[in-house]
Design a protein around this ligand. Sequence first.
Ligand code: SF4
Length: 393
Amino acid sequence: MSQKNTQSDTIELRPVQDDFRQSPDYVMTSLAGAITLGFEKGKFAREETVLRGLNILTTYPENCVANCSYCGMSRERRVPREESTFIRVKWPIVPVDELIEKSVQVSHQMRRLCVGMLANRQSFDHSLQIIQQFHEKTPLLISGLITASLIKKREDLEMIRDAGADRVDIAIDAATPELFDKHRGRPVKGPHRWDHFWWVTEEATKVFEPGTVGIHLVAGLGESEEELLAACQKAQDMNVVTHLFSFNPEPSTLLGDYSQPSMGHYRRCQLGRYLINELGIHLHHFRFNTAGQVVDFGLDPKTFDKIVESGRPFMTSGCPDEQGETACNRPYGNGRPSEKIRNFAFAPTVRDVEDIHTQLFADLTQDVDTRFDGPDENTLIASKGGNFAELGK
Ligand code: SF4
């Protein structure tokens, strides 16, 4: 990871604006959603892209009261709200009434709404109101993207479910307790605590249907691949799926000068996550080098190639539609249109898969044989309980 060793210590508070637009009457909507519904002009860089999910966030003049080092909504970010970005794209502020109206009237292929909560005292109640309105007035499935610090008891999760969300994700983001604390906890004067986020995740599994709880992890916050995939496995052991993001530096945040994780790091995390979540292969079948990089996924060459060539591990991992296909495909989620795609919002082409092949083992710090003469596919299915039917898709 080529990142600077120290975080900026010259932080000024974000200018607070005298702006009447705030939740629950207004929300921020992803640029992709704003374009699809006609709030903004623009088009997707790749013509294959079709937006399948609408992502929104609660919004307040003071933005978030937390201060996560990598987040464009953080308290100490030195830009006015109008210039705010989140995962490095603009999030236009729109009236909720108009958003509901357009999501019913405009022709689109979005199947799911995601309601994200800023860490703000009012955000929980406002999210409930927004979820309920969309549930009553639109046919969209609804995910609650939970800021766990706002959840104090199991009943809070029940209220999210009862308002109309069929799924929740908890944005844990950092893969280890140390990184979580460093980027989100006391060192950055933030309210978030690792144990509480995992407690909320576990409680959510008791409130929502099996298989409908997820966590977010961000690759590139200083973790090794082994650490990130261990967090995926920890979640999987709780029947919780991981939705993966690549760190993308937001200017004027504490990590604004840091670089993205290498493409190799991200590709191996994507493939490992896919094997753990979608094929049920346990982390202990992977081999790592001393730098914690995956050097062997424990698959025979034929199976390995089949999985990579399917392109599926490298598509955006997100909450699904009614058929189980990813609805939250976040076309601008992890990089600019001019940059190499990290999460594919569509099935990668043959050319994309060639690129992925090259990226997968391009930057290992040690040369280790990446394949082994392992058992054939049938033996793997039997011995690992892997769901290889997924490969037929
Ligand atoms: S995966 Fe997408 S829809 Fe699901 S909670 Fe995360 S951002 Fe929302």
